[in-house]
Design a protein around this ligand. Structure first.
Ligand code: PEP
Ligand code: MN
Length: 350
């Protein structure tokens, strides 16, 4: 439930509403949209009578939500959100491909990866400088040195950078280098981090928790939106199921489900969703056919010797072949991969 305060409400009106809600045993979350303050109510709402707050000074409306998220919902905003990243637009007509290694390992490996991505027609470079590894003994990333190498690759290739941020303290540092802040599956419900990236205003790629449902993903997006950042991309990266033949299970349903429920762009990560290089192309094609706005794919110049996620990383030949296949699938469903030279793109005037 949300209390939408009038634009004329004073700070003391707002504080009084919050205090009353607390005295009724409810928790509150305050956000501002343009000049309006919204007070979200959480807790035992079944036992709560909205008229208890509706008459207070400064209250505009008490909104009962059929869903517990508001700013992310399609009923709040019908037109789809388009996120500008450099010259690119995510969420528009064209499919965007982000690709690169799981982790930045050294300058040569990252530069080679960046050129593979660029030459095959990819649009953004991914690479982790801070790595959330399941084991504390695995490679944890190069930290700021990795960010510097990513920035150098952007300078050389022109590809915008997507990289993970793992804690609120890292946000200012990562913002200095990255075009998109990735929030990993393990951090989808790290509320302090959601708050910090919300305040940063930088484009965010929010990955679905491996054990979270679609509504929980949207609730996490709501945290970022309600802290003032509208630039949120959602990422389906596979969830844990009883199936063990793949690393995760790609929830392909999530793509059209999210397209119905929210205006935010939807990206699919077929690399973590399958965990096997041999399956990444099929999962990518399925994602584009299902209307995903983009893909994020792990690519490495020498997957066998990668320091992380080598078994699911594509080499140059595999990634180049994937781009061609994805372009053909996009054309078959009346869409287009940005810059594609194939399919319907050929028929269009330049
Ligand atoms: C990654 O993108 O390398 C990564 C760690 O992803 P996830 O958080 O989805 O596991
Ligand atoms: Mn990875």
């Amino acid at each position: 439930m949300i209390i939408a305060m009038k634009e004329t409400a004073s700070q003391s009106d707002i504080e009084y509403v919050i205090a009353r809600a607390h005295s009724l045993g409810l928790e509150t979350h305050v956000s501002r949209k343009k000049n309006q303050t919204l007070v979200g109510l959480m807790g035992n709402l079944a036992a709560f009578d909205p008229t208890a707050l509706a008459g207070l000074r400064g209250v505009g409306e008490v909104i009962a939500l059929e869903r517990p998220f508001r700013l992310a919902s399609r009923s709040f905003q019908l037109e789809r959100t388009i996120i500008p990243i450099g010259d690119l637009q995510v969420g528009g007509d064209q499919v965007i491909v982000m690709a690169g290694p799981c982790a930045v390992e050294n300058r040569d490996q990252l530069m080679d990866s960046a050129w593979i991505v660029k030459e095959a027609g990819g649009h953004m470079l991914r690479g982790g400088a801070f790595k959330p590894r399941t084991s504390p003994y695995s490679f944890q990333g190069l930290g700021e040195e990795g960010l510097r190498i990513l920035a150098e690759a952007r300078k050389e290739t022109g590809l915008p950078i997507v990289t993970e941020v793992m804690s609120p303290e890292q946000v200012p540092l990562v913002c200095r280098y990255a075009d998109v802040l990735q929030l990993g599956t393990r951090n989808m419900q790290n509320y302090a981090l959601l708050h910090a990236v919300g305040e940063s205003g930088a484009p965010v790629l929010l990955k679905r928790g491996m054990m979270s449902n679609v509504q929980e993903l949207l609730m996490s997006a709501e945290y970022i939106l309600s802290h003032g950042n509208p630039n949120v991309m959602l990422c389906e990266r596979g969830i844990r199921t009883f199936e063990t033949v793949t690393r995760n299970t790609l929830d392909i349903n999530a793509v059209p489900v999210l397209r119905e429920m929210t205006h935010l762009p939807v990206i699919v990560d077929p690399s973590h969703a399958t965990g096997k290089a041999s399956l990444v192309k099929a999962a990518s094609k399925a994602a584009v056919a299902a209307d995903a706005d983009g893909l994020i794919i792990e690519v490495h110049p020498d997957p066998e010797n990668a320091l992380s996620d080598g078994y699911q990383s594509l080499n140059q030949e595999q990634f180049t072949e994937l781009m061609g296949d994805v372009e053909r699938i996009a054309a078959a469903v009346d869409r287009r991969v940005l810059g594609a030279r194939l399919g319907t793109a050929q028929a269009e005037p330049s």
